[in-house]
Design a protein around this ligand. Structure first.
Ligand SMILES: *[C@@H]1O[C@H](CO)[C@@H](O)[C@H](O)[C@H]1NC(C)=O
Length: 222
């Protein structure tokens, strides 16, 4: 029998044609498979990425949320470590422990010490801590100090850096400016034996005996 006849039965294809046809079928199959895969991936992506946006909770989005949450936890942990390292570095801490930071200055309110001192001993404490008894330079600073005083109403007053010990009736701040220099303030109840100013609630100043014991406020550049 002639081989050609057999092949002729196969719709006149030569062996070469058959191989070519098989290759085409294979390519078509691959193309269909690829297209199907792409479609499936698209569908999956749609479920994973778009589903959360249209508020359709699915297993995929829940898992993704869990992963995001875990990433956030890890980042938070790393940030905490960094923050800890930074705040432990004394060059970076704005104020010493127990001091309050306000407008680039550090303030120490002795109320936490449970200890009262004479005016000169209060001034000495501030000096030993690189600071001075507070000099109040504007209304905002007065408000800040008043705010702290309101939190400790059991304390009758605060010693400030304001005295007329050098010359009776001439009230000078610690920087030797006149009491009126920064704000229109007056010291009430002035008398010979009361040479140290104390600050009361409401922002008024009273002349007091420097020998009295009381809480105080120090201020220093941060
Ligand atoms: C404060 O004043 C008192 C009495 O005026 C005096 O005895 C004391 O030594 C003074 N303290 C300081 C630290 O200057």
């Amino acid at each position: 029998m002639d081989m050609r006849d057999q092949e002729g039965d196969a719709e006149g294809e030569t062996p070469a044609d058959a191989r070519c046809c098989q290759a085409r079928q294979l390519m078509a199959g691959v193309a269909v498979a690829v297209a199907t895969t792409i479609l499936l991936m698209g569908l999956l992506l749609h479920l994973v990425v778009l589903a959360p946006e249209v508020d359709q909770p699915s297993e995929a989005s829940a898992q993704e949320l869990m992963e995001r949450l875990q990433r956030c936890h890890k980042e938070q942990h790393d940030l905490n470590l960094m923050l800890h390292a930074v705040t432990q570095d004394s060059r970076c801490s704005l104020c010493p422990g127990g001091w309050l930071w306000w407008r680039s200055r550090c303030y120490f309110f002795s109320v936490g010490l449970q200890e009262n001192r004479r005016w000169n001993e209060s001034a000495e404490f501030c000096q030993q801590h690189d600071s001075s008894l507070a000099v109040i330079k504007d209304a905002a600073e007065m408000d800040f100090i008043q705010g702290v005083m309101r939190k400790f109403p059991q304390f009758p007053f605060l010693w400030l850096g304001l005295t007329d010990v050098e010359q009776e009736g001439l009230w000078l701040w610690g920087d030797r400016r006149d009491v009126q220099h920064y704000m229109p303030l007056t010291v009430q109840w002035d008398a010979d034996h009361r040479d140290c100013a104390d600050l009361r609630a409401g922002g008024s100043l009273f002349a007091n005996s420097c020998e009295d014991y009381g809480p105080w406020v120090c201020k220093r550049d941060s």
